[in-house]
Ligand binder design. Structure first.
Ligand code: SF4
Ligand code: SF4
Length: 296
């Protein structure tokens, strides 16, 4: 479950929200009668870190992973690009499901780790910090709720390795919250900004090519050793991608820009403005001639 998927009336997500101290009763274990039922009908949204872990696990590029294992979607009404795990061809089961359990268990996505807890990241309009709260998902097929084990949500998160997953997805969640809270004044994002968001968040290897390109070099000021270190580190590159998007989408300047590229851009804008003015003046002159004819 991702922050975008808030509970709604027909949802199995219980309407009450909790903090991490809440005690739940739950255990999923091999041998339970419902083993694998949950993985047989999936709706799993992926975070950028989920994709990074899975593409490393499978030894393929992010581009190949996206093509083979995901489906794109738009997060409810916000036109924010997201990706979900693609089920098996013609079915609803996860491609990684095996009779003995999850075939990518050590690198399974955040939503699989959280289940049956749902993470709800929220930001109130008057606050600058994000708040995490949790809800419980109760589905009839899941017998784990009847197991006698009791533990807090914090303990469950720790058991499932979620501190690392949440920490490394924080920058992405903040981008989504910020995009949502930008509201209608920002309007529907342009195709270009959607594509940039998609590439930087989900297609890390394509983003690597972009960062290595001459065009990127012309604009952003990077020491060579700093850049080659960044390009060889998936995790560092992903965190840099979030910074890059904050700069491009929200003007939060944290990556140095060559002074001359700013100057060049300004010159291009002035030139464009001159061209627009000339075209408008020519158009007006033409229309005037058509309206009044040549009266000299
Ligand atoms: S990734 Fe693993 S745990 Fe998640 S749905 Fe697929 S098989 Fe189940
Ligand atoms: S207990 Fe719940 S989470 Fe575990 S296998 Fe059964 S349905 Fe899936």
């Amino acid at each position: 479950m991702t922050p975008s998927e808030a509970p709604f009336p027909t949802s199995p997500v219980l309407p009450e929200t909790f903090d991490g101290g809440k005690t739940i009763q739950f255990q999923c274990r091999k041998g339970i009668a419902c083993w694998n039922v949950c993985c047989g009908n999936i709706d799993i949204s992926l975070t950028p870190y989920d994709i990074l872990r899975l593409k490393q696990r499978l030894g393929i590029s992010s581009t190949e992973f996206l093509q083979k294992h995901t489906l794109p979607y738009e997060m409810e009404l916000d036109s924010i690009a997201g990706v979900k795990l693609r089920p098996v061809e013609g079915g609803t089961a996860c491609q990684f499901m095996q009779p003995e359990g999850c075939g990518v268990y050590a690198d399974r996505p955040t939503a699989c780790r959280y289940y049956p807890v749902a993470l709800l990241s929220m930001r109130r309009q008057d606050e600058y910090v994000d708040r995490d709260s949790y809800a419980l998902v109760k589905e009839d097929h899941c017998l784990g709720h009847q197991e006698p084990r009791r533990l807090s949500i914090d303990e469950y998160r720790s058991e499932q390795g979620l501190e690392e997953y949440d920490e490394l997805a924080r920058g992405w969640r903040q981008l989504i919250l910020k995009k949502k809270s930008s509201g209608p004044s920002i309007g529907k994002p342009s195709q270009r900004s959607r594509q940039l968001f998609f590439m930087a968040c989900y297609d890390l290897d394509r983003f690597r090519g972009f960062v290595a390109s001459d065009g990127f070099n012309e604009v952003y000021a990077f020491a060579e050793d700093e850049k080659s270190q960044l390009l060889s580190d998936d995790q560092g590159l992903m965190l840099f991608a979030f910074r890059f998007l904050r700069q491009v989408l929200f003007g939060e300047m944290s990556i140095a820009i060559h002074a001359d590229s700013v100057e060049q851009r300004r010159e291009r804008l002035v030139e464009k403005q001159r061209r627009l003015e000339t075209e408008a003046a020519d158009r007006m002159a033409r229309e005037e001639r058509e309206m009044y004819g040549d009266q000299e």
